[in-house]
Each structure stands twice: as C-alpha cells, then as structure tokens.
Design a protein around this ligand. Structure first.
Ligand SMILES: Nc1nc2c(ncn2[C@@H]2O[C@H](COP(=O)(O)OP(=O)(O)OP(=O)(O)O)[C@@H](O)[C@H]2O)c(=O)[nH]1
Length: 361
C-alpha cells in the first residue's frame, strides 16, 4: 500500500465516520472495515470489544473477502481462559503480529488451534484504547497466506483503530444520550400528568377542571352544543369523618371517585375533584334528560357501595346544570348554577339528583 493510497483511504473512512448518524454507525464501521480489507488485500478485518474487566470479548464487526468464511457468530463471549496467551499479548503489547500461526510458542496452543480452525495463517491486531483504557482491538487475517507484517502495516492499522475507537465511543455516548432524553421526556410527561391529577383519588384536580371547563365552553360555543356540569357531593361526610377518622374518610373518597370515573368514561366526559368531598363531571352534547338519568344511575351505584369497616350507607347529592353556552358564558356562572342545583338536591333530602336547564345564561 503506498502512502498516498493509504492517506486517501483514511480520508474516505474518517469522512464517513465523522458524518455518520446514530442509526448508521454500524453500517459505516462495516464499510470502513471493508475499505481497509480491500485496500490491503486482506481476507478478514474485524473489531472485537472487551467486557469491563477485560476477561471476555465479542466480535462485534467483521468484513470478509469473497470466498472467505465469516466467524463473527461463533466468536462471541470468548473468555480469557479460552485464549490466555492472546489476552495477555493484546493487554501488554502495542500490537500482536503473527507472520505464521504454525510457529506460535507452546504457550499459545489454544490460539494455534483456534487459528487452525479458521485457516488463519497470518494475523495483525492493534488495541483500541479510549482515554488510555483498553476497550477492544482491530485486526486483520490472511487465510492460508503468510505475511511478515511491516511497521507501516501496524501504523496504518493503529490509525484505523483510533478512528473506530472514537466512533464506537461516540455511538455509546449518543445511545446513552438518547436513553437519558427518553427518560427525561417520560419524567416530564409524568410530572405534567401529576400536576393535573388529584393526589388522593387520581381523577383530575381543580387546575385541570378549570382548564377543561374553559375549553369545553369554547368548543360548545363554536359548535352550538349543550354542555352539562355535574356537582357530586358526599352526604354527611363531615360527621362520618369525625366519627370514623380521616383514613376511612379517604377510602370513601377514593371509592366514590372510582365509581364516578367508571360511570363517565366517554372521550368527551371529564371527571375531577372540585375540593373536599365534592367531585365534578363535564359532559358535552347530552340532553338534560340523559344527563339527569345518568346522574340518578350514579346515585344508585354509590348507594350500593360497601366498604369494609363501614356499616353506614354511603350516598351523594348531585346537582346537574345543562346549558347552551354563548360567548358571554363564564365558568363562574356555570358553577354557580350547578352549586344551586346541588343545594336543592340536599334540601330535598339528599341521595338524589336535581337538574337545572338553561338554554342561555
Ligand atoms: N378524609 C378526608 N376528609 C376531607 C378531605 N377533604 C375534606 N375533607 C372533609 O370533608 C368534610 C366536608 O364536609 P362538608 O362538606 O362540610 O359537609 P357534609 O358533612 O358532607 O355535609 P353535607 O354535604 O351537607 O351532607 C369536612 O369534614 C372536611 O374536613 C380529604 O381529603 N380527606
């Protein structure tokens, strides 16, 4: 290989590796090995990576010339005990150069066997280091051909080895970066969800409710649709709480929230905790009769709830406000109506629903 030819090869390989992106690192390393192999008339070029303590290695990239058998698949998890002479040589030396594998010393019996299995007669391997730490090696084989490797062969392979080490490190860094990015994105979504969720019951919180009422009002105005708001208030929750304690009180609120949520699961229905023992449900497009029926069904379902340790009937009073909003309608006005409807349900004896219908506010 002339110096000019090698310089050209290096330029091509380094340009490819510098410009490659996360998804095509492997393809570029493969083609760098191919360029190296073809240019120097080698039979096989490869990259091995060590584990953390350099006690085992995997063949991670391999290029083979036409007619030469590949060995990448059977060279996985090769341990130090399998090839002790080679592990020691690559750890301690600047390179491992074997002109004829048949002339290896007796200490390299296992290696001799392995080279024979792969028909390798000449081998040159150069360590890959990152910040001084050995991470693997780049090597090339000649099958059934002997070669006295020159200092220039070693130098050239060393340059390729440095480039590939940097590329592999960049790949690892980018993979890690993507993982961290994905974790951050997930944590961010989780925080956003939590910021909109009631901690005790898991339904929407007051902030989510306020936003949703604004959105639904605007949407119903745009489409001329009906909008219903329900206020569900647990009956006699204060005496219950005082008597049974807050822990059982919390369990009641969770159970009530669960029942409400399972009763209003359509995509345009929204359940939130308004505060204390009060929940709200927003539903669009239902007639006032339908909403009232569904509220009454909820009264029934809640009155059938049984919670271990509680021997008192659980009931709720529900106010329902159904309106056809216009641009002047405010969330406060809607809440005021539903508040009054709930008050009415309480005044009429609790465990019931009371509806107020207003075409315009
Ligand atoms: N366990 C528990 N109690 C809560 C929580 N938030 C508010 N409360 C209690 O809920 C009770 C609300 O009671 P009120 O709305 O005043 O009245 P009520 O007894 O339900 O009466 P009516 O609604 O008129 O039937 C108060 O005792 C609050 O302390 C909570 O997160 N957990």
């Amino acid at each position: 290989m002339t110096d000019k030819g090698f310089d050209q090869l290096i330029l091509e390989i380094s340009t490819q590796l510098i410009n490659c992106h996360q998804n095509d690192f492997a393809a570029h390393i493969d083609s760098a090995l191919e360029a190296l192999g073809r240019f120097g008339d080698k039979d096989r070029c490869y990259v091995f990576l060590f584990n953390e303590n350099i006690t085992s290695m995997d063949n991670v990239y391999e290029w083979v010339s036409t007619g030469i058998s590949p060995h990448k698949d059977d060279l996985q998890n090769i341990t130090e005990t399998m090839l002790p002479w080679f592990f020691q040589a690559i750890k301690e030396q600047d390179y491992v150069s074997i002109s004829d594998t048949r002339e290896l010393p007796p200490a390299a019996t296992a290696e001799k066997e392995e080279f024979k299995r792969e028909n390798i007669q000449s081998v040159l391997c150069v360590p890959m280091r990152l910040s001084g730490r050995l991470i693997g090696f780049v090597g090339c084989d000649l099958v059934n051909r002997r070669k006295d490797w020159l200092a220039s062969d070693v130098r050239e392979l060393q340059i390729i080895s440095d480039m590939l080490a940097n590329t592999i490190a960049r790949q690892a860094t980018e993979t890690k970066l993507r993982e961290v990015e994905a974790e951050l994105r997930e944590a961010n979504q989780r925080l956003q969800r939590q910021a909109m969720e009631d901690g005790l019951t898991g339904v929407g919180n007051r902030r989510a409710l306020d936003e949703r009422i604004e959105q639904e009002l605007a949407r119903c105005v745009r489409h001329g649709r009906l909008l219903s708001l329900m206020l569900i208030d647990v009956d006699y929750f204060k005496p219950f709480n005082d008597e049974m304690g807050h822990v059982l009180g919390d369990a009641v609120l969770q159970r009530v929230a669960c029942e409400i949520r399972s009763s209003f699961m359509r995509h345009d229905e929204f359940v939130a905790r308004y505060g204390g023992d009060e929940f709200m449900v927003l539903c669009a497009e239902l007639s006032s009769v339908e909403v009232l029926q569904r509220a009454q069904r909820l009264n029934e379902k809640i009155s059938q709830i049984e919670i271990a340790g509680i021997n008192r009937k659980l009931t709720v009073s529900i106010g329902v406000a159904t309106i056809r909003p216009d641009t002047m309608t405010t969330p406060e006005a809607l809440i005021e109506i539903v508040d009054k409807a709930t008050y009415e349900a309480k005044a009429q004896g609790r465990n019931r629903s009371h509806a107020v219908v207003m075409d315009r506010l």
